[in-house]
Design a protein around this ligand. Structure first.
Ligand SMILES: Cc1ncc(COP(=O)(O)O)c(C=O)c1O
Length: 393
């Protein structure tokens, strides 16, 4: 069996990648260790690159559609992951998960409607809602014993006759929760009772730590499936986010029809040839690579946890159950958000994602991306330990 090397440093500078080449623009300096944007520093797997190269060798990039193999590979990936064979008709192409979320907001809510999000959460959701002229309704997650939980009592109180949709992040970014089946069932019961459609962003659903199991929203209950749009993608899983290739799973035919009509009207359903080829190769050949990558990421997490406990015990960590993103709690340092970010960038020379961007509950937190070679993570943590070590109690 091939052993993949995740320790390898792949020089990404000079490729117009956000993580390295946008450092100056976003953080004011190029000379930083970047552990921010949610892609990985690992090589995109060889079986994906080879499939793209083979297709490129044909040297004609005219209009193309996604063939049967594209859909078959998704169906087989989902069957392998969750033990269920979905009908091909449930799958719709979307150029990205965020565009799918925005299309859902535009198609199924009206101007002035309220759409619930559960902060702190992946921040483009706010723009999907506000940019479409809808109102954001906040149902903050409850932090209890170091883990986020749905606040269902609060949810019941904020729902009114204008509330028509909830955008769920499952698994959760930035907290890394794999929502338990019972948690999802309880959430679904409330949404079903109030006829609230759930758009479930499951882009991180392949990145599950050992001992946890992801439940796709359409599998929570038959009733939940009837009001659901589930967004999935191979982009985080196989480091191919630059190929703009994702898809939705929509069991209900009426919802699907309306969703697809808007995709067609906006003319954003074409996709691109490398993206289609890459998805198929990823889902047909990616199981072993993914299990090796997740083993590496979990080892990175153990390294980080141990390092913080030993050298930076005032930084608390939310134990991730999924994703290569880890939510770090710096609140003991009592810095305001700007101070904390400035300190990390100017003093430690590392670029993380600022917690405040994720909305309520994010102040004093930072998101670190551990989808990188361990040597890089180690250097970032050492820089952090040195600079925070200078702060007196
Ligand atoms: C929860 C979540 N949804 C969506 C995205 C982005 O998806 P896309 O690039 O397909 O729009 C990200 C990327 O970080 C994410 O973490």
């Amino acid at each position: 069996m091939k052993k993949y090397n995740f320790d390898e440093i792949v020089n990404r500078r000079g490729t117009n990648c956000y993580k390295y080449d946008a450092l100056k623009k976003i953080f004011g300096s190029d000379d930083l260790l970047p552990l921010w944007v949610a892609d990985t520093d690992f090589r995109t797997p060889d079986f994906i690159m080879e499939a793209i190269r083979r297709r490129m060798d044909h040297e004609n990039l005219g209009y193309s559609f996604r063939g049967e193999g594209f859909f078959r590979s998704i169906i087989s990936w989902i069957d392998h992951s969750y033990g269920t064979v979905i009908p091909e008709g449930w799958i719709s192409f979307t150029p990205g998960v965020v565009s799918a979320v925005t299309v859902a907001v535009m198609a199924f809510t009206q101007s002035g409607d309220k759409v619930i999000v559960q902060p702190p959460v992946y921040f483009p959701f706010y723009e999907s809602i506000r940019g479409s002229g809808r109102e954001v309704s906040l149902n903050p997650l409850r932090l209890h014993k170091g883990r986020f939980h749905f606040d269902l009592d609060d949810l019941e109180t904020i729902i009114d006759e204008h509330t028509t949709m909830l955008i769920l992040c499952s698994p959760h970014n930035p907290g890394g929760m794999v929502w338990k089946r019972e948690e999802l069932e309880a959430l679904a019961e409330i949404c079903n009772r109030h006829r609230i459609m759930v758009v479930s962003d499951e882009i991180h659903s392949d990145l599950i730590y050992s001992g946890y199991r992801h439940t796709p929203w359409w599998m929570v209950s038959e009733e939940a499936a009837r009001h659901a749009i589930v967004c999935m993608a191979p982009s985080k899983t196989f480091n191919m986010a630059g190929l703009s290739t994702s898809y939705t799973i929509i069991p209900d035919p009426e919802i699907r029809k309306k969703f697809n009509t808007l995709i067609q009207t906006l003319h954003i359903g074409n996709g691109n040839i490398p993206g289609a080829v890459a998805l198929e190769a990823a889902y047909n050949h990616g199981h072993e690579w993914l299990s090796q990558m997740m083993a590496y990421v979990e080892e990175n997490y153990r390294f980080l946890e141990q390092f913080l406990a030993t050298h930076l015990p005032r930084v608390k960590v939310m134990t991730p159950e999924a994703t290569f993103l880890v939510w770090l709690d710096f609140r003991e340092y009592d810095m305001d958000d700007l101070q904390l970010s400035e300190f990390l960038v100017r003093e430690a020379g590392i670029a993380l994602n600022n917690g405040a961007c994720y909305g309520l509950g994010g102040d004093g937190w930072q998101r670190i991306n551990i989808g990188c070679p361990r040597s890089l993570l180690k250097e970032a943590l050492e820089r952090m330990a040195q600079t925070f070590g200078r702060i007196k109690d």
